[in-house]
Structure formats: C-alpha cells, structure tokens
Design a protein around this ligand. Structure first.
Ligand code: ATP
Ligand code: MG
Ligand code: FE
Length: 375
C-alpha cells in the first residue's frame, strides 16, 4: 500500500510517500521559516500564499524521489486540522483534486494524530505494546502541549486527551522567551544549544500549580495533568527588565540579523553570562515541568510506554531527562528522529495507513477544520 501524505497546516508545505505505514520512500518539506522570521512569527496570509506556490513542486518532488508515478499510489492522505484555515485549505483542495483525478481514495488525518504516528511508525519494532497498558503520548510543539492516552484495537487507534495547556504551548514559551532575548524566530533550537553554556541553577522559575476552575457549563478547566506556560514567559520578561537586559537583547537581535554563517556560534559569542544563565535556567524549568507532568500521568493511567513528539521533542535536554525518568519507572519510551519531530507529511501518510486498511475514507465535502480536536 503506497500512500501519498500532504501537510500544510502551518508554515511547512510537505509531501511524502510511505509504504504500508512505516517505510518512508520520500519525505519532502518546504519550510517557510525564512519568510516568517522577518516578522517574528507565522503570518497566516503569507503562509497560505507560500503553500500555493510550493504545493505542486513539493508533491512532484516527493513522487519522483520515491521512484514511483502517481498511478502507483493507493490513496492520498491530507491534514484536515487543526491549523490555519487558509493554509489547511491549500493542502485539502489539492489533495481532493489529485485523488479525484487519479480515482484513488482520499483520507483525512488529524495533524496531532500525525505527530503521534511520527513516533509509532519508527518505533514499531522497539515498542512492545501490551493490551491494557496504553501508550501515553506527549505532543509538544509551537502550537500544542497535549497529553493523550492512545490505544490500538483491531488495527485502529483511539485517543483520549488527558491533559493540555490552558494558555501557551511549550514551544511558544521557547519562541517568546528567545524573542525577548534577541535570538530571533523560532528560538527553540538556539535556546536548546545555548542552555548548555549557562548555569541551570542561576534563576529559579516556578511552573505548574494550576487550580481547577469550574466553568458555567460545569466543565472544569485546569485539570490535574494540564499545563500552563504563560507564567514563565512573564517571569522571563520581568527578569530581563529587572536586570536591564532589553537593550543588550535589541543589540544582539540586530547583530544576529547580519549573520549569514553559523548562527549558533554567533549567538553564543553575543550572549553574556547573565543571558546564558537565564536560558539554562529556563530550559531546566520547562523540561522538568514537562517530564514531571508526563510521569504523573503515566502513573495515574497505568501507561506501559511513553512517546514524545512535536517540534520540542527535538530538544536534547527533554530527551535525556524524559528517558532517564522513564527508565527509572521501567516504562518504554520513544522519540521521533529529528526529521520527523517537526511538521512533515510522512507522519500524515503513516497515520492514514490504518484508516486505509479499514476503508475509512473522506468524502468529497472534506473541509478544513482549524479547531479540530483529537479524542
Ligand atoms: P503545531 O503545534 O501545529 O504542530 P508548529 O509548526 O509550531 O505547530 P512544529 O513544527 O512541530 O510545530 O514545532 C516547532 C516548534 O518547536 C517551535 O516552537 C520551535 O521553537 C520548537 N523547537 C524546535 N526545536 C527545538 C528544540 N531543540 N528545543 C526546544 N524547542 C524546539
Ligand atoms: Mg511548524
Ligand atoms: Fe505540528
């Protein structure tokens, strides 16, 4: 079974060909980071326009690199949400037309399920899944910080959302803090690198402590396994003001804009001790919080294994701490390879595979669902 996956939910136009849900024949990603970096964040109108420009060559390249022709495909899978409406629409419209033209089925995939399958597709041999011991999935990216219990029954996966951020996502906290320090967008990878050069115990950040609030409809917000990251962003802002770091950050930002070669080494040279200590402390706090909430949930729900995915899953400290804590509890753990951690279409094709086998196809009326939920 050959599935072409198409992903356009945010700022990456991606296409990939995957055989039988796990063999990646091609995985093409056209990133728009350079465009959005000029504005310090993703600009939706620009994202849609770039997807329109990129979609045809990206799909063509993915098919060519896989060494197949479009007629060899068995199905076309596409992200239906969550994401930016205009961006999603480009991928969906294209996928619909392609599937219709080829006379092949169309499969709709939830982007978050895709992130989970980015790990599952690679870990098929290493994770031994036992019935009754669900997989606990932490999806942690620029837009999401969600905990899901995932279980396979009769080949199909089902999900239960047991925790989520009530404000900012973890990647967003990285990006916003990096911006405050003049490190540009997206700041996560650079913060990860710089954190190694500072003292993680220099500044104490407090994370967590969400009080469950009852809403008018009776639903509680702020559950036991939810996250909150807006506080640490504010704490970083306060710290930079209190220690008169804003001017230095502005100068660093201007200097970094001129750098064409190694941005990491350049950023390191532009950071003073105080800034490096702040970054190391920030990373320690965020990683410790993610690990703590995940381990508490794993225990509560009797998980047998943990999978971590999304852009922040690329973070080295998160991988180390999470692996050590999982090992101490005899829990299996898996992360995606770096290529599959951030947005890509191989994960969309992989998540579509069980649906293909079960004949769960999308109708001609498939539309973008920007607020689509999982579970
Ligand atoms: P979505 O939530 O819809 O998946 P997204 O496009 O923001 O949206 P990704 O592309 O999966 O998600 O991840 C990008 C995010 O991951 C950014 O916030 C980026 O800063 C963060 N990130 C990437 N590498 C690292 C790293 N090594 N350490 C910390 N954060 C990182
Ligand atoms: Mg992205
Ligand atoms: Fe994503």
């Amino acid at each position: 079974g050959l599935i072409l996956g198409i992903e356009s939910s945010c700022d990456e136009t991606a296409a990939a060909v995957v055989r039988s849900g796990s063999a990646v024949l091609s995985n093409v990603v056209a990133s728009q980071i350079a465009t959005h970096a000029l504005y310090g964040g993703v600009v939706p109108e620009l994202a849609s326009r770039e997807h329109l420009t990129n979609i045809v060559p990206v799909v063509r390249t993915a098919v060519a690199e896989a060494g197949i022709t479009l007629d060899d495909l068995d199905a076309v899978a596409v992200t239906e949400g969550p994401g930016l409406a205009g961006a999603l629409l480009v991928g969906i419209t294209y996928a619909k037309a392609l599937a219709y033209g080829l006379g092949k089925p169309l499969i709709a995939v939830n982007h978050l399920e895709g992130h989970i399958h980015a790990v599952l597709m690679e870990a098929k041999e290493t994770l031994s899944l036992t019935p009754g011991a669900p997989v606990l999935a932490l999806v942690v990216s620029g837009g999401h910080t969600h905990l899901y219990l995932a279980e396979e029954r009769g080949g199909l996966w089902s999900y239960r959302n047991v925790g989520r951020t009530i404000d900012d996502a973890a990647g967003e906290a990285y990006d916003k803090s990096a911006k405050l320090l003049g490190l540009g967008y997206p700041g996560g990878p650079l913060m990860d690198f710089l954190a190694d050069h500072g003292d993680p115990n220099a500044v104490e950040f407090k994370l967590g402590g969400i009080k469950p609030k009852l809403h008018r409809d009776g639903a509680s917000r702020g559950g036991e396994f939810d996250f909150s990251f807006s506080g640490i962003k504010t704490a970083v802002l306060r710290y930079t003001e209190l220690h008169h770091m804003r001017e230095r950050a502005a100068a660093r930002h201007n200097a970094l804009m001129q750098v064409e070669g190694n941005r990491r080494e350049a950023a390191l040279a532009l950071c003073d001790r105080e800034t490096l200590d702040l970054i190391a402390s920030f990373q320690k706090a965020v990683v410790g919080y993610l690990v703590k909430q995940t381990m508490r949930a794993a225990e509560e729900f009797g998980a047998g294994s943990i999978v971590v995915s999304g852009g922040v899953a690329a973070n080295r400290a998160l991988r180390e701490r999470m692996s050590a804590e999982a090992a101490a509890r005899h829990l299996q753990i898996a992360f995606p390879s770096l290529a599959l951690a951030t947005d890509n279409a191989a994960m969309i094709a992989a998540a579509a595979w069980p649906k293909f086998a079960a004949g769960l196809f999308a109708s001609d009326e498939l539309n973008a669902t920007p607020q689509l939920r999982l579970g």
